[in-house]
Design a protein around this ligand. Structure first.
Ligand SMILES: Cc1cc2nc3c(=O)[nH]c(=O)nc-3n(C[C@H](O)[C@H](O)[C@H](O)COP(=O)(O)OP(=O)(O)OC[C@H]3O[C@@H](n4cnc5c(N)ncnc54)[C@H](O)[C@@H]3O)c2cc1C
Length: 418
């Protein structure tokens, strides 16, 4: 098997395929694992956040945010028809029945993924600055907090525990919130959630893939997929290695885990993946005063910012921008994220030494990943994880390995051609 891409999705796929008894080669253009979108994400294993951005309230919200540089979700129109197609499908996925169906599917996969992650961690003794302290969702307006009970009931329907917390309960869970206590309306606490560094996790797991006999080819650009003589089934990939050599790697099957770049590579085959890059930003700052920095992972629901303690660092992430494949860090987009952390936790971090980063979430319109068979024989997909690639990585990969073994994974999820 050739796994295309070595982000969170590719490396976990390689691991579970090895466990299923396949011989596996992973190919990536970067010099190591998790160097693109999986590099500096929000760090949340957010089982308690299965709701997609595409929900009935989204169109109104996006209109209200138009023209604001600090808008949590920003649409920068380009001439790329793929952006407009994706936008139209996003609006369709905002219909209540569709949004509910998408939430249900992601909740089921996320719950299963959490179990897979815990099993894998225990088995391999993985260390990645993980904390099993839950996620506290924060609401800063009474109107938003008033929605929390309905959300808790919805999560309960999916078997996900979430407790309503008044201000004092929020402070008891995370004392570092003291400085912003007055601005807080309340919270929703999901004790089963976790946090951790996706980059460290992926790097460590890639090491285990190598130890178990997997081959990892770095600095190898995938140029195109190669079909067999009959023109139908996939026979391998054409690649260019670091020294410029162009070669063909043959395989019994290929799995696409290429993040936002999958659609471009598959388009010449007539495979249309509804994935578009949704850019996000993060700031990672050294912690100066551990008592002032949160250790429970937080989601500010009012400002769409998340934050996770990663050992001696605090990672703050957020914003969504439909802006094509531009990965440059725009100061005006990253500034509100850093300002949020400084305002919320004064004196906690060293902002001068903060690292700024931007990455492209490979998003489907409804935030439901594409897992299963593609239209071409011997071509499989595990991609399009959007806002939840870290949360869903282990479950998606374990499910794909089951599908490739001809078994149905025990998850109520719309796997492709299963
Ligand atoms: C700001 C931000 C915050 C986020 N926070 C969270 C969070 O808190 N929790 C959560 O669950 N998720 C979060 N996410 C989402 C998560 O990070 C992504 O869903 C996940 O990283 C996607 O992983 P991937 O493996 O699909 O893609 P990637 O990590 O991008 O991997 C794709 C790989 O394919 C390789 N590649 C692409 N094209 C080629 C080619 N032609 N040849 C060779 N190699 C190629 C790339 O080099 C790359 O290594 C966040 C994302 C962002 C941007």
């Amino acid at each position: 098997m050739i796994v295309l891409g070595a982000g969170l999705t590719g490396v976990t796929t390689a691991w579970y395929l090895l466990q299923a008894g396949f011989r596996v080669t992973v190919v990536d253009r970067q010099p190591g694992a998790a160097r693109e979108t999986s590099f500096a994400n929000g760090g949340q294993i957010s089982i308690s956040h299965p709701e997609p951005w595409a929900n009935p309230g989204a169109p109104g919200q996006i209109l209200r945010w138009l023209g604001r540089d600090d808008a949590p979700l920003k649409f920068r129109p380009t001439r790329d028809p793929a952006q407009w197609r994706w936008g139209a499908r996003f609006l369709l996925e905002c219909l209540p029945a569709r949004a509910h169906r998408n939430t249900q599917a992601v909740a089921a996969l996320a719950t299963w993924s959490g179990r897979q992650l815990r099993d894998l961690r225990a088995r391999l003794g993985l260390e990645y600055d993980q904390l099993e302290r839950g996620i506290l969702h924060l609401f800063h307006s009474a109107a938003e907090f008033a929605q929390a009970p309905a959300r808790a009931r919805l999560l309960a329907d999916f078997g996900i525990e979430a407790r309503i917390c008044d201000r004092d309960a929020c402070l008891a869970i995370e004392p570092a919130l003291g400085a912003q206590a007055d601005a807080l309306a309340g919270g929703l606490y999901a004790p089963g959630d976790e946090s951790g560094d996706a980059f460290r996790f992926t790097q460590a797991l890639a090491g285990h893939v190598a130890v178990q006999g997997g081959t990892l080819l770095w600095e190898t650009e995938i140029l195109r997929l190669v079909t067999g003589r009959d023109g139908g089934a996939i026979a391998g990939v054409a690649v260019r290695t670091a020294d410029g050599t162009v070669d063909t790697l043959h395989a019994d099957a290929c799995v696409v885990c290429l993040g936002s770049y999958g659609p471009r590579l598959l388009a010449p085959l007539g495979e249309r993946l509804p994935i578009y890059p949704v850019k996000g930003y993060s700031v990672t700052a050294p912690v100066l005063d551990p008592a002032r920095a949160p250790s429970v992972s937080l989601t500010d629901e009012s400002r769409r910012i998340v934050c996770s303690r990663l050992g001696a660092r605090l990672r703050i992430a957020g914003t969504a921008e439909l802006n094509g494949f531009d990965t440059r860090v725009r100061p005006e987009r990253v500034a509100p994220i850093l300002a949020w952390a400084q305002r919320s936790f004064p004196g906690a971090i060293d902002a001068e030494r903060a690292e700024h980063w931007a990455g492209l979430r490979p998003a489907t319109p409804g935030n439901v990943p594409l897992i299963g068979r593609a239209r071409h024989a011997r071509l499989w997909l595990n991609t399009g994880h959007g806002t939840l690639g870290w949360t869903l990585a282990c479950g998606s990969a374990a499910a794909l390995a089951e599908l490739m073994c001809g078994r149905r994974p025990p998850v109520a999820f719309p796997f492709l051609a299963a």
